[in-house]
Design a protein around this ligand. Structure first.
Ligand SMILES: [Fe+2]
Length: 249
């Protein structure tokens, strides 16, 4: 079984996947997965706080997968080994915890997932570089090229897409105006990259986090699900979609 949810932000919002609250988590096994759509937040201080949460997550019998958002310590994240995992490259954090990397395509439980993390911190002025904010929250040309190369191999056709921020034709992308001038020249606007990919890609449903709401939006008649508190069961997606608030677009 695969469950998908939104930002966990370390201690702040991880309760939603705690089996005390997330009842399916009481009986899930090592064949089951919970995917977090960015802002995992358990790789943040690189110290005892992270160790506490990673120890707890690694004690769970099921797998925790996350993509990166704009609330990760990219220096620590990049220190983990890159391994081959389910047809793609991933950072192995613990035996049951993996970071799904930008531009990779994974085959999980019979489904293909294209993954592209990263997101814009609208509050970057309140944060401190290398302590609470990293330029790496934005993608590089190299990561975009990696995505294109992998997508060409599957003829730009996957089952699902996982991102943190969202493509520029989605109404939520307008919530914060992206300023690129405090990133280096090598960094690209995440929303533009996702839009470029979206226009070529065939997929069934797009999942993302970042905006801290649970709702569904149809773009070109395709569902795009914004997740925060909800933990959706992929096998029941049709029914789960009926329970989500429709955005006004
Ligand atoms: Fe967040």
């Amino acid at each position: 079984m695969i469950y998908i949810t939104g930002d966990t932000h370390g201690a702040f919002d991880i309760h939603k996947i705690n089996p005390d609250e997330f009842i399916p988590g009481q009986t899930m096994t090592n064949k089951d997965y919970v995917i977090i759509c960015g802002d995992f937040g358990c790789i943040w201080d690189g110290g005892s706080n992270d160790a506490f949460w990673l120890k707890w997550l690694s004690s769970l019998p099921w797998n925790v997968l996350f993509i990166d958002g704009n609330h990760e310590n990219f220096d620590v994240l990049d220190s983990y080994p890159v391994v081959d995992w389910h047809n793609g490259k991933a950072h192995r954090i613990r035996h049951n915890i993996y970071h799904l990397m930008r531009g990779e395509i994974y085959s999980i439980d019979g489904h293909s997932f294209f993954v592209f993390g990263g997101g814009y911190s609208h509050d970057f002025e309140l944060r401190e570089e290398k302590k609470t904010w990293w330029k790496e929250e934005m993608p590089t040309q190299e990561e975009f090229v990696n995505a294109q190369k992998n997508l060409e191999k599957v003829n730009y056709q996957v089952d699902y897409v996982l991102s943190h921020d969202i493509f520029s034709s989605h109404p939520l992308s307008q919530k914060y105006k992206i300023q690129m001038n405090h990133y280096g020249k090598e960094y690209l606007n995440i929303q533009t990259i996702l839009e470029t990919i979206r226009q070529k890609l065939q997929y069934m449903c797009w999942f993302h986090g970042h905006y801290h709401v649970d709702e569904i939006t149809y773009i070109d008649n395709k569902p795009c699900i914004t997740l925060f508190d909800r933990v959706l069961l992929l096998d029941e997606l049709e029914n789960e979609m009926k329970t989500l608030k429709k955005s006004l677009k």
